[in-house]
Design a protein around this ligand. Structure first.
Ligand code: KG4
Ligand code: ZN
Length: 364
């Protein structure tokens, strides 16, 4: 079954063709990072406008790269939740229109569930692909550490479409913390990759930031860590909380900036790994996966591997940040359980917890 996946929930316009929830035939991503970096973050109106320009060419390119005519496509899967409303609308309307025009079943996909399914892609037919895939799909029960710009969650999957939320962030998502700390120390947007780069040159033990203690051992909290970094930066340059934070970066030298990046990354990742290891010990899953943009972080991958007694195979970094391969992949498993949506009425849902999707049996 070949599924055309479409993704436009934030600042990437993407389309991909995936067969049977495991083989990638094409994976096209147009990123708006260059546009939004001028503003230090995603500007929703600008994002929606850029999606409108990119969506049709991206879909056409995905079909062409997969050597597919519409006849060869069995279904369309599209991100309908959660995300920026204007951004979601563009992809969803395109998918609805194409489903009607070409008479294809349409599957509405939850973006965060889909991040987890990047781990189910095991190969590609694309010539000259440099992606390094896992050798096999994860087994159930599967523990998923979901770490993106909007989410930080630990989820136990008993099977496809049957999972339980073990814990989640009580305030900022970890990707959000990466982005905010990058801003404090003067590194460019998006903060995750630029912190990772600076951290490689810094000392992760230079500053020892605190870890939040929470009642539920699987919950996260990152806003205290972000404030601790801010206070520490202020102290390092001899200023207090009254000093404008946007003027702090100019006072930091490169060595100090790299040390802050490394020390923040160390504690943020250690916190994530602490919780994942606790959940592993308590639930003894057959596999562990990480998902979402922060899963591209090499130090996180290394720390997790070092502390778990099982072998972990990671998804290619390019499938961790937003893409449509994960949407087309989940579309396949979704189609095994669910009837298609009505293309005339499918609505976007900008905020929808992943535990509330129709695909998951479990109600939170
Ligand atoms: O999954 P994603 O592309 O979009 C959302 O669904 O949120 O995640 C984006 C987040 C951003 O906060 C970005 O800074 C972070 O993922 N990120 C990283 C890395 N690459 C992206 N964080 C740490 N290390 C990275 N290499
Ligand atoms: Zn995402």
């Amino acid at each position: 079954m070949k599924i055309l996946g479409i993704e436009s929930s934030c600042d990437e316009t993407a389309a991909a063709v995936v067969e049977d929830g495991s083989i990638l035939h094409s994976n096209v991503i147009v990123s708006q990072i260059d546009i939004h970096s001028h503003y230090g973050g995603v500007v929703p109106e600008v994002a929606a406008r850029s999606h409108i320009e990119a969506i049709n060419p991206v879909i056409t390119e995905a079909l062409e790269k997969a050597n597919c005519t519409w006849d060869a496509i069995d279904a369309i899967a599209v991100t309908y939740a959660p995300g920026l409303i204007g951004s979601l609308l563009v992809g969803t309307l395109a998918a609805r229109t194409l489903a009607i025009l070409h008479n294809k079943p349409l599957y509405p996909i939850h973006h965060v569930e889909a991040h987890v399914y990047a781990n189910f892609v095991t190969g590609t037919t694309e010539p000259n692909s440099t992606l390094a895939f896992p050798s096999k799909q994860p087994r159930f029960p599967m523990l998923a550490l979901i770490v993106s710009g909007g989410h930080s969650q630990l989820v136990l999957f008993r099977n496809h479409g049957d999972y339980e939320l073990l814990g989640q962030t009580q305030d900022d998502a970890v990707g959000e913390a990466y982005d905010k700390v990058a801003k404090i120390i003067g590194l460019p947007y998006p903060g995750g990759p630029s912190i990772a780069k600076a951290a490689a040159l810094g000392d992760p033990r230079k500053y020892r930031f605190p870890k939040a203690k929470l009642q539920n051992p699987y919950d996260f909290s990152f806003s205290g860590l972000k404030t601790a970094v801010l206070r520490s930066v202020q102290a390092a340059v001899g200023k207090d909380y009254t000093f404008p934070s946007h003027e702090l970066p100019a006072l930091l030298d490169e060595v100090t900036r790299n040390n802050f990046a490394a020390s923040f990354q160390q504690i943020a990742n250690e916190t994530l790994v602490d919780k994942a290891v606790k959940a592993f010990d308590d639930y003894q899953p057959a596999s562990v996966v990480i998902a979402g943009g922060v899963a591209a972080n090499q130090d996180l991958r290394k720390q997790l591997k070092g502390r778990l007694p099982i072998n972990i195979e990671y998804a290619p970094m390019q499938l961790c940040t937003d893409n449509a391969a994960m949407i087309g992949t989940l579309g396949y498993y979704y189609a095994q359980k669910m009837a298609p949506a009505d293309p005339y009425t499918l609505e976007v849902v900008p905020s929808l917890s992943m535990t509330k999707t129709a695909w998951n049996k479990q109600e939170a």
